[in-house]
Ligand binder design. Sequence first.
Ligand SMILES: *Cc1c(COP(=O)(O)O)cnc(C)c1O
Length: 390
Amino acid sequence: MIYLDNAATTRVYDEVVDAMQPYFTCLYGNPSEIYDFATKSRRGMNYSRKIIADSIHADVTEIYFTSGGTESDNLALLGIAEAYSNKGKHIITTCIEHHAVINACKHLEKHGFEVTYLKVDNSGRINIKELERAFRSDTILVSVMFANNEIGTIQDIQAISTVTHRHGALFHTDGVQAFCQIPINVKNMGIDLLSASAHKCHGPKGIGFLYVKKGIKLSPFHFGGKQERYIRPGTENIPAIVGFGEAVRIASQKKNYNYDHISFLRNHFEDRVRKEMKYVVINGNKHNRLPGNLNMSFAFLDGEAIQIQLDINGICCSTGSACNAGGKSLSHVIKAIGVPDDYAYGTVRFTFSDDNTIEEIDKAVDILKNVIDKLLNMSTEYNRFINKTN
Ligand SMILES: *Cc1c(COP(=O)(O)O)cnc(C)c1O
């Protein structure tokens, strides 16, 4: 198998599994208890919180563990909406957010909030002037993702936070894809709230955090004990938290190597596609893109058909389009960046990790070329096009 779907989830590092193991078997104490045995659990959690806080230049008291990226996004949006509703009921976001943000906004719209969904240019970036114009006197929150999960486009976070603060609103960013892939400094970048998830950076599934800058009010939507300072009560998932910390520790340690290796693999894949294949466009922003993201659209083809053929050949990748019972469907991101229709339905995404090797990449491109040739030959749209041009 060649795994090229690291934006969907990543392999848990062996060191992460090793770090978690004792907290399942020997160190199972409840961290809320005061005896020494329970203190060991608490220490594991605190150590992890410190590694994570340091990695984004935050304080440990600003990190709230959650069940993952989805919950962090929900907590940020719903928590700020409720806490600041007396100040205003307007939120600004974008039309390319993850569904965890979009559907939280849809929920808020049913409860008296108004949401502006900013458009993006054809590389997936928002326009700062358009953001500027979207503010109203009752705008309380701007939520713009750091980097997009489908096309890898990185936003100008600094510019967005500056404009947001000038208008007296708070700035949340879904940093799930950016965290551990590119440097994040919440202080310098003016980030008030940031969501992240462990399983996107070689940690376990079902654990994430929300960074909330000191002094910002946040209403919880879970109610219980005093864990996570009443913001996210419930006995902490200690093994997962410890594993998350270890994944972040490893990522911090080899961040330069990883960045270079992963972008090298991506660039090699992309160069070969550009040189050796026809009727394909590369999506996203050439200069502001996650190192491990390669999203492209093939004319005349269906993304799901490409995905299935690659799967038969042992390659895992993702698609931005699907041919399902209701007809053809396109992802909201591919729609938003305006990929022409004859290309858009043939969208596939390859996302790389430090596990991948150059040999895997070359093999994957060879297989992709064969798959595309085979599908083109079967495509009525392609054959019609060829007959017309001949
Ligand atoms: C994966 C992802 C999420 C959801 O994270 P989970 O931990 O799977 O709930 C949210 N936002 C983005 C950008 C993601 O890529």
